[in-house]
Write a protein that binds this ligand. Structure first.
Ligand code: GUN
Length: 304
């Protein structure tokens, strides 16, 4: 049995690493303001009343301001028509004070998310979801990189240094996390497998991994037996689990933390692992976008 103390030493502290990144972002923001008179601005668009999205948007707004950047928030009603949203994006694309645009997903079902995302100016697409950025990343060119996989990569680099030659298994094939994560790991010269719900012998596949990234959105679906001893485990899942018989909901990752922590070399907790990195990377992407828009050299250490 690994003691609690030993388990603690294996924790990848996303909260602390995100705080360091946010401090670096704030330094760059201050330099842009003092030297060039530029204040990086982030516009966040929320359509509808999804409770989880409201929490994310509130946090994004607060942290954007704390970093010294301008935050523009647009809350539209659930029944917003597509053209109205496209018109807003058009205005934000043209607005010089806005360097980053994020449309919170999921959108209500009557809106075409692909159409909406692809209406964003790729240079302001701080989510990295525009088809141009997806293509740039896939071909190894300079892109806006999606925030959650970028955050995972920063945690991995912080913990492991050079990732070249490592066996990486990404469980999950979403456009937001799984696919861009695989592209980033490939760019780091890992040997990458993308597994998903239809993968045969998923446990066997996961046990090959030196780096195991779980991004499936199913509570505790990766047990400790699927983890190779010494592997680095990155748990992207944030699942709300209501305890049987009532009581306060708990946040649980996609990995069964207690059993995985016994065998892993290092593991991210939930909460306090990948979660804090996502918003920190969003701020970093906004600064990167502001520098690119002004033709300034890109700050070190803010992107992949
Ligand atoms: N919803 C959940 N995660 C994300 C994200 O990273 N970006 C956006 N725009 N919406 C999300």
């Amino acid at each position: 049995m690994t003691s609690d103390i030993e388990t603690g030493s294996k924790l990848i502290d996303g909260k602390a690493i995100a705080a360091t990144l946010r401090a670096r972002v704030a330094e760059h923001v201050a330099r842009l303001r003092d030297t060039y008179g530029i204040t990086p601005g982030l516009a966040v668009v929320l359509v509808g009343e999804d409770p989880a999205s409201q929490v994310y948007v509130r946090n994004k707004n607060r942290q954007t301001k704390e970093a010294g950047m301008a935050s523009f928030e647009y809350r539209l009603t659930e029944d917003t028509q597509e053209q109205e949203l496209l018109d807003l994006i058009g205005r934000l694309n043209a607005d010089q004070a806005v360097h980053g645009i994020l449309v919170q997903l999921p959108l209500p079902a009557h809106l075409n998310a692909d159409l909406v995302i692809n209406a964003i100016d790729p240079a302001k697409d701080v989510d990295g979801f525009h088809i141009s950025n997806v293509g740039l990343l896939a071909t190894g060119q300079k892109a806006m990189v999606p925030c959650t996989p970028l955050g995972c990569l920063m945690l991995l680099r912080d913990h492991l240094g050079d990732l070249a030659g490592k066996e990486a298994v990404v469980v999950g094939r979403s456009n937001i996390v799984g696919k861009p994560m695989a592209q980033l790991l490939l760019r780091e010269s890992c040997t990458v497998t993308v597994a998903h719900s239809r993968t045969r012998d998923l446990g066997e596949v996961c046990r090959r991994a030196d780096i195991l990234v779980a991004a499936v959105g199913r509570p505790a679906m990766v047990p400790g037996e699927w983890v190779k001893p010494g592997a680095t485990v990155i748990d992207v899942g944030i699942n709300r689990v209501e305890p049987e018989g009532g009581g306060k909901a708990r946040l649980v990752g996609d990995v069964d933390f207690d059993s995985a922590a016994q065998v892993a070399g290092a593991i991210t907790p939930v909460p306090g692992g990948v979660g804090p990195m996502t918003i920190a990377c969003l701020l970093a992407n906004t600064v990167t976008a502001a520098c690119r828009a002004a033709g300034l050299p890109e700050p070190e250490g803010l992107t992949a």
